[in-house]
Design a protein around this ligand. Sequence first.
Ligand code: CMC
Length: 428
Amino acid sequence: MSEKAELHFNGNVYELPIVTGTENEKAIDISKLRAQSGLITLDYGFKNTGSTSSAITFLDGEKGILRYRGYSIEELAENSNFLETSYLIIYGELPTKQEFDQFVKDITMHTMVHEEVKNILDGFPSKAHPMGVLSSLIGALTAFYPNALDPNRSADEVNISIIRILAKMPTIAAWTFKNEIGHPVNYPDNSLDYCSNFLKMMFSVPSDKYEPDPVISNALNKLLILHADHEQNCSTSTVRVVGSSHASLYSSVSAGISALWGPLHGGANQAVIEMLEAIKNDGGDTKKWMAKAKDKDDPFRLMGFGHRVYKNFDPRAKIIKKAADDVLAKLGVNDPILEIAKGLEEVALNDEYFIERKLYPNVDFYSGIIYRALGIPTQMFTVMFAMGRLPGWIAQWKEMRENNEPIGRPRQVYVGENHRAFVDIKNR
Ligand code: CMC
């Protein structure tokens, strides 16, 4: 017999079906509640609301489990590469050798962006934050590929948009950085793999031909895999909601990039490094900054700590912390910021305030330290997150469209004025 929950209200009993996921997670289906009872549910920040059912990512915040399409993040970070993981996330299965080779070939063929994109780039002031430029240029792709405007075209048309956005993202991302430092852009080098090509477009200058270091591109591959999807987070929900109006993949992803930018989400990786630097410049007194983080009258939060769903540990942070040690050792980098981060982590993990609220280091706490070691400038950190999250956004958009999900349109409880008569400006 299918399970049901009961809601008792004003002497009536409403039966609500229970939906059970493949990992035995249970949800009360309230989609007919308003029609039956006139009631809606209220949940600020959607803390307890499932917006969809999805077969892409499984996450258990209490146990610290993260899996893409059933495969654990630990195994993927150890054995896969970013494009293989992207294929898995987008199409649902690990590719065969033939499928993978074709996928890589397709992406490599589309790495160039239209020359006129450079004109748009030139219109931005240098010093423009790379995230704002990235979001604009990804949205602007619709101008160059008008067929993408209609996501109801054939599956092949949709797929070509997917390949294009994956292929052009590193090129556009590297160009946002070149714009910021006022240097000429580099074109893609299709003899290189995805991550090495990105590094070369970032760091090559005409007088110094940059050769990507395999230690750096391997570390980058791992970082991108760790960020590749994270179920219904702020930016992904944004992508799904924007896409639910049948907006194009490019516009939906552009909106996702904007959502990611904020310091409570992807922007935290930049904020963490700025915070660690501020602590260092202030004399390195971690206890003083901990006190600030706990003071309710002080808006300061310990950036890189806490997570909406992970209440035990963030499995990505565990992998990243070890990767940070490995990368720094391999590259022979000695970063004093790492010591401050470790000190801060130790103080926080033993502090009653943080223990009570289950606040642990999240993925962003250590990712910035690796990015620094790889030579990536601080203002590009969130762009790196966006590059990593792209396959997740694509897969979630595709799933939402294939399931023909209705337009996203929450309700509200109105708490404003009741009806009142208009007063002419002379009498106000
Ligand atoms: N420093 C100090 N106090 C904190 C922090 C923090 N980083 N995070 C949460 N708290 C406190 C918060 O003040 C509240 O205390 P109280 O119950 O006394 O009012 C309690 O912990 C619960 O916090 P919340 O804001 O209700 O939790 P949330 O689920 O709404 O927010 C979060 C989650 C990630 C936005 C938040 O922990 C935060 O702001 N962290 C810092 C920013 C950060 O590192 N973001 C990156 C998240 S991981 C990357 C990604 O996937 O985006």
